[in-house]
Design a protein around this ligand. Structure first.
Ligand code: URA
Length: 241
């Protein structure tokens, strides 16, 4: 059981305050009957809640797609720098959302924020081969040998990296797809072959591409289809450690 206003605000459609106003105006129904109080207890997943006649499906978890700008740290709290949570609506930061994985402070692009701890844990576990694609701008021109070395694996901290895929976009620009998430991995992989990453942007995470309509610093909720992809990703990507 859950309060009606919590159910509705949890979907991101409106705040609790706005929900109270909508209830007053008779815009919200519970199983077809106009709600009279925002604090009414409902059975989430069983009762049919609608706003202006449109059913609001139950969402157990919240997922946000953020186009992270430079200068923000991927954590929920940092005394010395703004965090990615500072970029989203306050009502979401209050909901206990956290970033699913980390991008360096100077890395931009796709970051998922969620309150689904078990899923984030599975997606980030090295047991699962969750694909992440980065657009990397490099300091030096790439040759076939370097590409081959990065794709087959380089040694970082005494351990060889898992096979990566590189798509050449230009003499100093590539898309690189990894299935691991080691510390500064892309930067250190290119450093290991004598190159240097000048700019890094994540453009895809677990088969979900960054929405090109999101400007730097903008965010939106994941669509139902994207949520399905994300929630299915660990099973599909399951493999050996
Ligand atoms: N690899 C890096 O080097 N940095 C990131 O932020 C992500 C992957």
């Amino acid at each position: 059981m859950m309060r009606l206003d919590k159910y509705i605000s949890g979907t991101g459609l409106m705040s609790r305050k706005e929900c109270a106003k909508a209830v007053k105006k008779g815009r919200i129904t519970i199983n077809g009957i106009p709600a009279t109080r925002p604090e009414t207890k409902i059975r989430e997943g069983q009762d049919e809640i609608a706003l202006d006649g449109q059913i609001i499906p139950y969402m157990e978890y919240t997922y946000i797609m953020l186009n992270k700008p430079e200068g923000y740290v991927s954590s929920t709290d940092d005394p010395s720098a703004p965090t990615v949570l500072d970029l989203v609506d306050e009502r979401y930061s209050r909901m206990g959302l956290f970033p699913c994985g980390r991008l360096d402070r100077d890395t931009t692009g796709l970051l998922i924020l969620t309150d689904n701890g078990p899923l984030a844990h599975r997606l980030l576990s090295p047991k699962y081969h969750c694909e992440k694609t980065y657009l990397a701008s490099l300091a030096f021109i790439l040759d076939d040998e370097t590409v081959n070395k990065v794709e087959t694996g380089v040694v970082l901290d005494g351990k060889i990296t898992k096979p990566a895929k590189i798509e050449i976009l230009g003499p100093t620009q590539v898309n690189i797809t990894l299935t691991e998430g080691r510390y500064h991995q892309v930067k250190r992989m290119f450093e290991a072959v004598g190159n240097k990453v000048l700019k890094l942007k994540r453009i895809c995470f677990a088969s979900i591409p960054l929405d090109p309509s999101l400007e730097s610093g903008e965010w939106r909720l994941l669509t139902a289809d994207e949520t399905d992809i994300l929630e299915a990703a660990p099973d599909k990507a399951k493999g050996e450690n």
